[in-house]
Design a protein around this ligand. Structure first.
Ligand SMILES: C[S@@+](CC[C@H](N)C(=O)[O-])C[C@H]1O[C@@H](n2cnc3c(N)ncnc32)[C@H](O)[C@@H]1O
Length: 357
């Protein structure tokens, strides 16, 4: 098992990851769970949608440990538990996703975790990753005991998996510990919501997305930062999102990057932001219908999109690697007659000196 991440604590008590290869964090240091709520769930309007709908379709791009997924299901359970949910998760790393399923988010009830575990453990990749994670001392310390026991009781008793773990003392210990604690660990309502469909696709999201059909009400886009991994932020990738989003649906992302916003606009999305924080941290909200817009972009942000900063990433056929995409954009920037972002920002500040004071 090769794990590409290391674990750290974030400021709301939940854990965050760092990816050594991409040299990027998976979660904001201000709080992995808080980020899911503040940058995805709340701005998406999920809660008010659930008050008037009994069916919902969500696409969770770059699910990682599933903070956005868990916060979304938690909202459904709280607001409209009768709602029928369809959620598709796109994630390249099956270990990180399986790790998330065995990790308890303190702010989210066990029922959500049990529900998700049950929905995903029939996926053989997930259950095999979980077995490997349970064997790993470094990771095991972050796993929730109740969730691990729930998994071991229900899955490891299956002959096929048990055979694979015959020599694994740790899993046997967990299993026998479960047997002695059996009555303590019965989840409250794990058989509810059986009509829901949750799927995970372990592949490059650019490949998986081609197999998806619309109409998604909510799309969470939580890829690594575009400057470090541009592949999921191209004009062509957003064109795929346009194909599968519902006419009243929305995309939320933490990214406020100019090429990202410009690519959404070029695809016909109405772009607004999810908070009035500063230009770099305001996040982005996109919908094909203008009526659902959130906080309008400022004049400065709109102007920036018309400079070289707003030159989009291109990835025809959705097959190029990060370096190829960046190189092509750099060429375009070099040959562009548009103003540079720095000269634009300087003249914007000069022009608005009096107002900004
Ligand atoms: C910023 S983290 C997302 C964190 C996540 N939403 C969570 O709740 O933990 C980015 C995630 O994207 C995944 N990823 C990176 N490149 C990908 C690709 N091309 N296709 C699908 N997933 C990808 C990484 O494995 C990582 O889990």
């Amino acid at each position: 098992m090769k794990l590409n991440f290391s674990v750290n604590k974030t400021n709301d008590g939940s854990i965050g990851l760092y990816n050594k290869e991409v040299d990027d964090i998976y979660h904001s240091t201000y709080g992995a769970y808080n980020e899911a709520v503040d940058k995805f769930i709340n701005p998406s309007g999920l809660e008010s949608f659930l008050q008037t709908h009994n069916k919902i379709k969500i696409l969770d791009i770059c699910s990682g440990m599933g903070y956005n997924l868990k916060a979304a299901v938690d909202t459904v359970f709280r607001v409209n538990p009768d709602c029928c949910i369809e959620i598709d998760c796109l994630e390249i790393d099956s270990y990180v996703f399986s790790f998330g399923l065995l990790y308890k988010v303190a702010q989210i009830d066990y029922d959500v975790h049990y529900f998700l575990l049950e929905k995903f453990w029939d996926n053989s990749v997930v259950s095999e990753c979980m077995v490997e994670l349970l064997e790993n001392d470094e990771i095991c310390q972050f796993l929730d005991e109740k969730l691990a026991l729930f998994f071991v009781e229900n899955k490891l008793s299956e002959i096929e998996l048990m055979g694979k773990c015959q020599n694994n003392q740790k899993i046997h210990n967990i299993y026998y510990k479960y047997m002695s604690n059996r009555n303590k660990y019965t989840p409250k309502s794990r058989l509810k919501f059986s009509k829901n469909r949750l799927r995970v696709f372990f592949d490059d999201a650019r490949t998986s997305i081609k197999h998806l059909e619309g109409r998604y009400d909510f799309i969470f886009h939580d890829g690594f930062t575009p400057a470090k991994q541009s592949v999921l932020w191209s004009y062509e990738f957003f064109n795929e999102l346009k194909r599968i989003i519902s006419s009243s649906g929305n995309i939320t992302t933490y990214s406020s990057s100019a090429p990202v916003r410009a690519a959404l606009i070029q695809n016909g999305f109405h772009v607004s932001k999810i908070s009035s924080e500063n230009r770099k941290t305001s996040g982005t909200f996109a919908s094909l219908s203008k009526e659902f817009s959130q906080i309008p972009l400022s004049d400065e942000e709109i102007g920036l999109l018309k400079t070289r900063a707003g030159i989009v990433y291109h990835d025809e056929g959705l097959v190029q690697n990060h370096d190829e995409i960046i190189k092509r954009r750099e060429e375009e920037v070099k040959n562009s007659s548009l103003a540079s972002s720095s000269s634009y920002l300087k003249s914007f500040k000069n022009k608005n000196k009096d107002i900004l004071k």
